[in-house]
Ligand binder design. Structure first.
Ligand SMILES: [Zn+2]
Length: 103
């Protein structure tokens, strides 16, 4: 617990932001899988695809028959699992893709 500030009120040093860090499981994996099961399209934007369980969501989505799309600067480690990969800056790819699906 090096480098974390103590609470100014009570001195507690186990304070942390409410985010998922390396080695932790996201909250409520069942609802994540429920969302994957109900999806028509799974899109991964700007990730190395190297950290599980999130890195495995593309394989899970595919096994559920969900179409998969990767938008990234370079191919992720799991790039081969995607139906389609588009390489480039998210600031360019995401607006283009949104315009495309809304057309
Ligand atoms: Zn406190």
């Amino acid at each position: 617990m090096i480098g974390r500030p103590a609470c100014p009120q009570c001195g507690e040093t186990a304070l942390r932001p409410d985010v998922v860090w390396f080695g932790e499981m996201p909250y409520d994996m069942e609802s994540i899988y429920g969302a994957l099961r109900g999806a028509d399209l799974f899109v991964s934007i700007g990730t190395s695809g190297a950290v599980y369980p999130a890195a495995g969501f593309v394989q899970d989505a595919r096994s559920m028959g969900v179409q998969t799309l990767e938008l990234n600067l370079e191919r992720s480690e799991g790039s081969g699992w995607f139906d389609e990969t588009r390489l480039g800056a998210a600031s360019v790819l995401v607006p283009e893709w949104v315009d495309e699906i809304l057309a």
